[in-house]
Write a new protein. Structure first.
Length: 418
């Protein structure tokens, strides 16, 4: 099969071999993450779990800001027939992983006493965590770009189950936050079992300048989106909330973020298809999908908010106990905002496939600016203020996506694709 054949949309679309296993792997990964948090929360309590709440939140933000774009960059390069695992091809990813590690370490250093009870072990944990996850994202991206979706599924299962088993084992030896931290740091190395390096193309790598520009602008877009999506516990911390309130914010946002977590896990399946759609100039199908997704997302936002209001607090209490229970208002705001976030994230994959990362940056920046403005102007208590700011920011981002993503032709964006 030639590179040109690789770029043609396959007749079986999303029914390609391994898709079912990838979907199953994403479900196992999401479920395993929540089981990890439930076990940790029950073992350590709200106060003892606070360092893991902060570490997980910080890592989720930095990893999705920097390392998820690395995965999508690798997926896009591989799906377009370009070689990845060379010094030239990996340099943008290596720089991004190094940057993520430095940012994570800086955060831990500046919050060591307040958020991590002064335990310097978290510095080493953070270093290993970002390195291992960087390898994990490069591996997943390469597998997805080569349509090895079954191996992507097994990689997600290995990472989640490995972290969970390590957490149980480490907690049996020492009941402390560092035990959970080491489980987080080491679980991602399971991706090495896929031997992802076997599938790299033999063709030349893509342009270093184009790859660096694409990845750099994408990181800016992700920085805005993930600060909005995952920054709630840190916002509550900055607004003077208690350790218990930080933990409530963390578990509520994390539990309700399940659809978004699945979106991140599965977007590697979507992107190769959209790259091929872009390469072949299939404007009609692209416009139809974008319009349908935006309408569906707008309608589901209201349904999500209502569901969160009616049953959201009970779900949190059932899983983690009464001390983690949020108010009905907070539950409604977070649930509705998450649906809007999922819609923007999925539609944003069309922009990534077309190389329009600058447009994606504009969308998320508008949402983040709206949330920050509300945080500054509101006088509500920290948790409710944070939830309201999140919901408003997501609705603004969804509104902006309507203006950016609809009815753009592939021909208009063609100079940016390669």
């Amino acid at each position: 099969m030639t590179v040109g054949d690789e770029l043609r949309p396959p007749g079986n679309g999303f029914r390609a071999p391994g898709t079912g296993l990838m979907v199953g792997g994403s479900l196992v990964a999401a479920f395993g993450a929540y089981v990890f948090q439930i076990i940790g929360g029950r073992a350590l309590g709200a106060e003892g779990f606070a360092p893991i709440s902060v570490l997980w939140t910080m890592f989720f933000i930095v990893a999705t800001v920097v390392l998820v774009p690395v995965e999508q960059h690798v997926t896009r390069e591989a799906a377009s027939g370009r070689r990845v695992l060379t010094w030239h091809g990996l340099l943008p990813a290596l720089l991004a992983i190094t940057f993520a590690t430095v940012v994570g370490l800086a955060f831990v250093v500046f919050t060591l006493d307040r958020a991590f009870v002064g335990d310097e072990t978290f510095l080493l944990i953070t270093t290993v965590l970002f390195i291992s996850y960087g390898v994990y994202e490069v591996g997943k991206g390469l597998l997805a770009g080569h349509r090895k979706f079954g191996l992507v599924g097994w990689s997600m299962i290995g990472e989640s189950v490995g972290r969970l088993l390590l957490a149980v084992a480490f907690l049996a030896v020492s009941t402390g936050a560092t035990s959970l931290g080491w489980a987080m740091a080491l679980g991602s190395f399971t991706v090495l079992g896929s031997r992802f390096w076997r599938f790299d193309h033999q063709a030349e790598s893509g342009s270093l300048a184009v790859a660096t520009r694409f990845l750099g602008v994408y990181v800016l877009a992700s920085a805005a989106s993930q600060t909005l999506l995952a920054g709630a516990p840190l916002a509550v911390l900055a607004l003077g909330g208690s350790a218990e309130m930080i933990s409530v914010a963390f578990v509520t946002f994390t539990l309700y973020r399940a659809p978004l977590t699945l979106t991140y896990l599965l977007q590697g399946r979507l992107l190769p298809y959209l790259v091929r759609m872009t390469e072949t100039g299939d404007r009609t199908e692209s416009d139809r999908l974008v319009t349908w997704l935006l309408w569906a997302g707008a309608g589901l936002c209201l349904a999500g908010a209502l569901t969160g209001y009616l049953v959201g607090p009970d779900v949190v209490q059932l899983l983690l106990g009464g001390e983690f229970r949020p108010s009905s208002d907070v539950a409604a705001l977070v649930a509705g905002g998450v649906v809007a976030a999922v819609t923007v994230q999925v539609v944003g994959q069309f922009l990534v496939a077309q190389g329009r990362t600058l447009a994606l940056t504009v969308v998320w920046s508008l949402g983040l600016a709206s949330a920050i403005l509300l945080l500054a102007l509101s006088d509500l208590e920290p948790l409710t203020r944070t939830a309201l700011a999140f919901a408003v920011g997501e609705v603004v981002a969804l509104t902006a996506m309507w203006r950016v993503a609809r009815f753009r032709t592939v021909q208009e964006e063609a100079p940016h694709v390669r």
